[in-house]
Design a protein around this ligand. Structure first.
Ligand SMILES: [Zn+2]
Length: 424
């Protein structure tokens, strides 16, 4: 392994979004930059979990590069009992802990376990969405258009509110669903890491589903799908944008990234100042394992809350005094619920994580290693708000469009579960 690549892998392992067990259970070669198992994680073998209560007759189609393995149990160490290739059709019998789904082949009826992110709903109607549409690159413009369309379709149920502006002046747009005078308020924010763009799509889709249901009694949801809009625009650019040319050169010279051009942009996680916003909050910020200067990822900034996006999220949180916060990130199929020494807020966050697990089958796994300075960390440490980070997806971000089926069906009932939990 070349030295710069080894360094990049180390960096990936240090991020809050580095997956804990990222064995790619396919026969195709692993994508470059895919981290191996984190040395910081102690994995405890668990009994075969019960599938999440997800039952449907919808057909899902395999979409992969070469083939994926069908296994006897939901583990990449379990006996292989078959091989699936692109075009094979299955029914999903349930999502499992971590990254697996229990599936049944339409032809022949064989049942087994495979990584959930390779099964795409055959029919768009299965998603139950009419405004929000799955896309591999969900743009800032599309998100703003979708939020406008939702607000126009459900004027009595929601309003739009900007939490502030980004470095480049884009809106940190939230859709507020429910009575602003409700007893309870919940924040859902996504895509603070630019390359985890599918979180923005998911959050907007969750807003549509919540509106379709008429909202939740006593709970007002504030859904901010894209907490780092400049980063998303940079990450989706067709060439290196002027604003990040110097960072691009610097990352190359220092060997922080060996990727060039569009491959470099695809990995972009920071805001337009090259600050990793989820390392910029006042939560043991001095402990953040950071690069020395602006970079595509992991730079904590010159000071706590140095970035306008960070300041805006802090101010927005203080405005509504949330009962719970959900931060959506995009690698690992897990829920992080732990931070700091406050026993009460940690216990409440774990209960929140368990409530989400019941509908998503994502495993609550404590904290994300030596990770500090994140929004969820800050909300727990400085505001005592029960908070979780939910990591979607089965591969390293940016996620492919095929992942959205897995992501959607595991998360579509999360807000209802959270509303029940908040109401007690
Ligand atoms: Zn992340």
């Amino acid at each position: 392994m070349k030295k710069p690549l080894a360094f990049l892998l180390c960096l990936l392992l240090l991020t809050g979004c580095a997956p804990k067990a990222q064995n790619v259970d396919v026969t195709e070669p692993a994508a470059s930059g895919t981290p191996s198992e984190s040395p910081k994680t102690v994995s405890v073998p668990t009994p075969e979990p019960t599938p999440a209560p997800y039952v449907t007759d919808d057909i899902f189609v395999v979409e992969c590069e070469n083939s994926i393995n069908l296994r006897e149990k939901s583990s990449s160490k379990s006996q292989q009992i078959g091989t699936l290739v692109t075009g094979d059709k299955v029914k999903i019998l349930g999502y499992q802990s971590q990254r697996f789904a229990r599936v049944q082949l339409v032809e022949g009826g064989q049942v087994g376990y495979a990584i959930a992110g390779y099964f795409k709903a055959e029919d768009y109607a299965s998603f139950g969405l009419s405004i929000v549409k799955p896309a591999e690159k969900y743009t800032y413009e599309q998100m703003m258009a979708d939020l406008d369309a939702l607000a126009a379709k459900y004027p009595d149920l929601c309003t739009l509110e900007s939490a502030g502006q980004s470095v480049q002046g884009r809106e940190l747009q939230a859709i507020v669903i429910g009575d602003i005078k409700a007893a309870h308020h919940v924040l859902v924010q996504g895509a603070i890491h630019a390359r985890e763009n599918m979180c923005a799509l998911l959050c907007t889709a969750m807003a549509e589903r919540l509106l379709q249901k008429g909202g939740e009694a006593e709970v007002c949801f504030h859904i901010l799908p894209m907490a780092n809009p400049d980063g998303s625009v940079i990450q989706q650019s067709a060439q290196i944008p002027e604003a990040v040319v110097e960072v691009y050169k610097s990352d190359g010279i220092k060997g922080l990234s060996t990727a060039t051009g569009l491959l470099y942009l695809a990995e972009w996680q920071a805001n337009a100042n090259g600050v990793d916003l989820n390392r910029n909050f006042d939560a043991e910020w001095d402990k953040v394992d950071t690069t020395e200067a602006a970079s595509y990822m992991n730079y904590r900034g010159t000071a706590v809350e140095s970035e306008p996006e960070t300041k805006a999220l802090v101010a927005y949180t203080d405005k509504y005094k949330f009962d719970a916060t959900l931060s959506y990130h995009a690698t690992g199929s897990a829920i992080y619920w732990e931070f700091g020494e406050d026993a009460a807020v940690n216990a409440a966050s774990l209960r929140l994580a368990e409530a989400i697990k019941a509908v998503s089958a994502y495993e609550p796994i404590g904290n994300s290693g030596d990770s500090y300075g994140g929004y969820k960390d800050w909300a727990m440490l400085k505001r005592q708000i029960p908070s979780v980070t939910i990591e979607i997806g089965t591969r390293t971000a940016p996620l492919l469009e095929v992942e959205f089926s897995n992501v959607w069906f595991r998360n579509r009932d999360v807000l209802s579960a959270v509303a029940n939990w908040v109401r007690g």
